[in-house]
Design a protein around this ligand. Structure first.
Ligand code: G1P
Length: 297
């Protein structure tokens, strides 16, 4: 049995410029799919996987995130008084225990690896998860839970993996795969955002990671990589140079890239269609749309 994974890092310092002007005042993680903020999906997934300590790496302008996770006694009382039990339950389900969340500031946007390294003291000497809230994964069994179960067998460092179209690989960390055993990929290399035509495979890294504290040390030993940033991918790949194992886990589920407008819209429609109270009207609205003139996109 490997050590339990009870800590997760949520890098949420990004500016969210792809969603300007909304993100001028709303952190992108608070943008909602139907009625739940993106970050709530990430938290729910982490909780389902047994995470108990939530570490947010934030930046200036993200205080709405802290407020979101605070308890709201006025709202709580108002809903209780009005007998709105269902809404009251929804509200309570978002409450976090005192002390469960820690906020750390990343003062400069130096990359995902740097963001993760900001949490090194809180992680200490334990394995930890990293969840990128932009990657929303709809799955029967939450993705991180699938990975933690697999990790109990494999140990090492593990990243979520998904096959993408060859022309899309340059937008991702990509795995060099040695062999595949069911959903588990043995990895012999990892490249962050390979130039078109140079990708070692079509297996992209998706934003779920289970990492050992050594990866934190690696972040101190590596140079800045793709885009001049300190890359988490490079710090994980560094494990291979010391003879340690890295695994990809081809999760079951549908991933939406909610860092892009396309992905965000698709997730919104898809999650709304999954809700019995919204499905009927939305489906007939969608069916009634005239889609004959969509060739320009
Ligand atoms: C980050 C990681 C990349 C990974 C991707 C998944 O990239 O650096 O390795 O494939 O998330 O969403 P970003 O999307 O922040 O450019």
């Amino acid at each position: 049995m490997k050590r339990r994974v009870t800590k997760a890092i949520f890098p949420v310092a990004g500016l969210g410029t792809r969603f300007l002007p909304a993100t001028k005042s709303v952190p992108k993680e608070i943008m909602t799919l139907v009625d739940r903020p993106l970050i709530q999906y990430a938290i729910d997934e982490a909780r389902a996987a047994g995470i108990e300590d939530f570490i947010f790496v934030t930046s200036r302008g993200k205080s709405a995130l802290e407020d979101y996770f605070d308890h709201s006694p006025e709202l709580d009382n108002a809903l209780k008084k009005a007998g709105k039990t269902e809404l009251h339950k929804v509200l309570r389900s978002t409450n976090m225990d005192s002390g469960a969340i820690a906020y750390i500031r990343q003062h400069k946007a130096l990359g995902l690896g740097h963001a993760v390294s900001c949490a090194r003291k809180l992680v200490g000497d334990e394995p930890f998860a990293v969840i990128l809230p932009d990657d929303v994964i709809a799955a029967e069994k939450p993705c991180l839970q699938q990975m933690i179960e697999a990790y109990q067998e494999t140990g090492g460092a593990m990243v979520a993996a998904m096959e993408v179209a060859p022309e899309k690989t340059s937008a991702y960390g990509v795995l060099d795969v040695l062999k595949k055993d069911g959903r588990v990929l043995s990895v012999k290399g990892m490249v962050e955002k390979p130039a078109p035509g140079t990708s070692p495979s079509n297996y992209a890294v998706i934003g779920r990671y289970i990492l050992t504290p050594r990866v934190m040390q690696n972040l101190e030993n590596i140079e800045h990589g793709a885009g001049g940033e300190l890359q988490l991918t490079d710090a994980i790949a560094y494990e291979l140079t010391t003879g340690r194992d890295i695994f990809g886990y081809e999760f079951e589920g549908k991933r939406f890239d909610c860092g892009s407008k396309d992905g965000f819209l698709q997730a919104t429609v898809s999650f709304a269609l999954d809700r019995p109270e919204l499905r009927g009207e939305l489906a007939s609205f969608l069916k009634g749309l005239d889609l004959s003139d969509t060739s320009a996109g």
